[in-house]
Design a protein around this ligand. Structure first.
Ligand code: GNR
Ligand code: NI
Length: 172
């Protein structure tokens, strides 16, 4: 089932999500729904709070080339355990702020630990777009959006645009 994605501003996007204690069929179904919702959007990542569920669950697939094999990743309780001193600036977007983009600077390489769909602990080092995306998704679990890295004026401008968009969508 495709889920609807919450749009900023929404109080649920500002909450800290709860660690997943036990993997249930419901949570595995949710992860599948999130992957489908992400691919259809289309997007390269999605966090559970974006579909209104305040659990620490993210999905991502940053394979960019059309012909390349997809690599759907499902991460429960993901944690950044180390980040490089070297930084990388990427023009980020977010499915909760459609059509709005801004440069965000983050560690270029990160080590991430998580629990996979089968309940097995995993760890991997991510670089480039994967590193940017996994950090963006984990931020969602902490109630943080990419616009929180911007100067207040720019953040306010983007929030105003979203308020206007949501008003128009509600009227349509
Ligand atoms: O689809 C998405 N693209 C993107 C581009 C640059 C940096 C981060 C992202 S994540 C975003 C999907 C999304 O909102 N995930 O929370
Ligand atoms: Ni996002």
């Amino acid at each position: 089932m495709k889920r609807s994605i919450l749009l900023h501003p929404d109080p649920r996007l500002k909450k800290v999500a709860k660690p997943v204690a036990d993997l249930s069929d419901d949570l595995r179904l949710l992860a599948g729904d999130m992957l489908r919702t992400m691919y259809e959007a289309p997007g390269i990542g999605l966090a559970a709070p974006q579909v209104g569920v305040l659990d620490r669950l993210i999905v991502l697939d940053c394979v960019k080339e059309e012909g390349d094999k997809p690599r759907p990743l499902v991460m429960f309780n993901p944690q950044i355990v180390a980040g490089s001193d070297e930084l990388n600036t990427y023009e980020e977007g977010c499915l909760s702020l459609p059509d709005l983009y801004a440069d965000v600077t983050r560690p270029k390489v990160v080590d991430v630990e998580w629990v996979d769909r089968d309940g097995n602990p995993q760890s991997e080092t991510f670089d480039g777009l994967w590193a940017t995306c996994v950090q963006h998704e984990i931020d969602h679990l902490d109630g943080k959006l990419f616009i929180d890295y911007l100067k207040p004026l720019k953040r306010q401008m983007m929030t105003r645009k979203m308020v206007k968009l949501k008003r128009e969508l509600a009227r349509a």
